[in-house]
Structure formats: structure tokens, C-alpha cells
Design a protein around this ligand. Structure first.
Ligand code: A4P
Ligand code: MG
Length: 188
């Protein structure tokens, strides 16, 4: 079994609802187990146009190989009406593999860790929310990259009610910290 982290993003249609539905869809897959979900974040588009995005990260466990997981992610994106028009085009759902265990993969259609993971608040902040000490293979501690994304607007819009996360927060005795001002979490 491999512990993997998926990044979800949407900025077309009701992105907030789409992300919730996509997490339910992931949880229904018999080939993966969703272990935890970050809060939902509203984020400014990075290297992209269109409306603000909604983003979150989920931790999953799977016996799939990384390429099989990519195929599953793309099938789910398609299911949610994803169209590939141009790079970084507004999208109903983007489902990226951020981390796949300790693996480093550099294949034609799959690069892991996700090559832009450390450059973006919308991936780093929710990832660190799920595991404050998480390491990125080949890069080191994820939180060491937070200063580099501090100028990117990211706002926590919904707090995860997952018991696993609540336990993790209690254990660390701290709330999530993120670059920029976070709004007060509002449960949804
Ligand atoms: N691919 C390679 N590695 C991976 C991986 N680890 N996970 C390949 C998923 N896919 C991977 O992706 C293009 C190709 O990347 C795939 O065919 C796959 O084989 P795509 O999803 O079809 O196209 P894309 O998303 O437009 O391009 P890309 O390069 O994935 O863009 P990013 O890096 O995902 O960025 N701003 C905010 N605030 N929030 C966002 O979510 N997202 C993007 C897209 C830009 N700006 C954003 C957001
Ligand atoms: Mg993508």
C-alpha cells in the first residue's frame, strides 16, 4: 500500500461543490481509501486566468501503481466534465498526484513529486495542513518552501471535520498556519 497525496482544483462552475463531490467520488473507488481531507481553500489563479480557484488536498492509501492512479484521476476529471483546451485553462476539476509514497518518477506522462508543488501555496498549504512535518522526496521539508509562496493569496473557506485531522491538530496543539491572512474557518 502506498500513501499518496492528491491535489484538487476547480475554477469553472460551482468549484466548491465540485471539490466536495470529487472527494466523495474518490472515497467510492474500491482501489483507494481516502484517509484525510484538508480544508477547502479559495485561491488566486497562479499562472492562469479565470476566476478564483477552490483547492484542497486529500491523503489516500492505494495498492495501485502510480500510472494506474493517474489514469483513475483522469477518468474522474473526465467524469466531472473536464475539457483540455489549453494549458492552465479554467477547469471544472483538476486532479493531480502531488506525492506517491517516497517515489520519484520522471516519466513522459507522470512526474512525481508534482513538478510545481513547491511553487504554489494552493498545494503546499493544504498539504502541510494534513501533515505539518511532511517531506517532499528530493526537496526536503515542505514547510521550508512556504516563504516562497507567501505572496500568493489563499483563504481557508471551510474547515475539515475529519476526526483524523482533529486528532492531529490536538497532538500538535496548534492551528494551521498559512501564508497571508486566513479567514476564520467556516464549516460547510
Ligand atoms: N502529469 C505529469 N505529472 C503529473 C502529476 N503528478 N499529476 C501530466 C497529474 N498529472 C501529471 O495535465 C497535463 C499533463 O500533466 C497530464 O496529461 C499528465 O499526464 P492536465 O491536468 O491535463 O493539464 P493542466 O492542469 O492544464 O496542466 P498542468 O501542467 O497539470 O497544470 P497544473 O500545474 O496542474 O496547474 N491556480 C490556482 N489558484 N489553483 C489551481 O488549482 N491550477 C493550475 C494548473 C494553474 N493555476 C492554478 C491552479
Ligand atoms: Mg493537472
Amino acid at each position: 500500500m502506498t500513501l499518496a497525496y492528491l491535489g484538487l482544483g476547480a475554477n469553472l462552475g460551482d468549484g466548491r461543490q465540485t471539490l466536495k463531490d470529487a472527494v466523495v467520488c474518490l472515497a467510492q473507488q474500491h482501489t483507494i481509501t481516502v484517509l484525510a481531507k484538508s480544508s477547502l481553500y479559495r485561491t488566486a489563479p497562479v499562472d492562469a486566468d479565470g476566476d478564483d480557484y477552490f483547492n484542497c488536498v486529500v491523503a489516500i492509501e492505494t495498492a495501485l501503481a502510480a500510472l494506474q492512479l493517474l489514469t483513475l484521476c483522469q477518468t474522474i476529471e473526465h467524469h466531472f466534465g473536464r475539457e483540455r483546451t489549453y494549458r492552465n485553462a479554467p477547469r471544472t476539476l483538476d486532479l493531480d498526484i502531488l506525492l506517491f509514497g517516497a517515489e520519484k518518477i520522471d516519466a513522459e506522462h507522470l512526474i512525481i513529486p508534482h513538478p510545481r508543488l513547491i511553487e504554489r501555496a494552493f498545494t503546499l498549504v493544504p498539504l502541510i495542513e494534513l501533515d505539518a512535518d511532511i517531506m517532499i522526496p528530493g526537496y526536503g521539508r515542505a514547510d521550508s518552501y512556504l516563504p516562497g509562496v507567501a505572496s500568493q493569496r489563499i483563504e481557508q473557506v471551510a474547515s475539515c471535520q475529519c476526526p483524523l485531522l482533529a486528532r492531529a491538530r490536538k497532538a500538535t496543539g496548534s492551528e494551521i498556519s498559512a501564508p497571508g491572512e486566513l479567514s476564520k474557518p467556516a464549516c460547510s
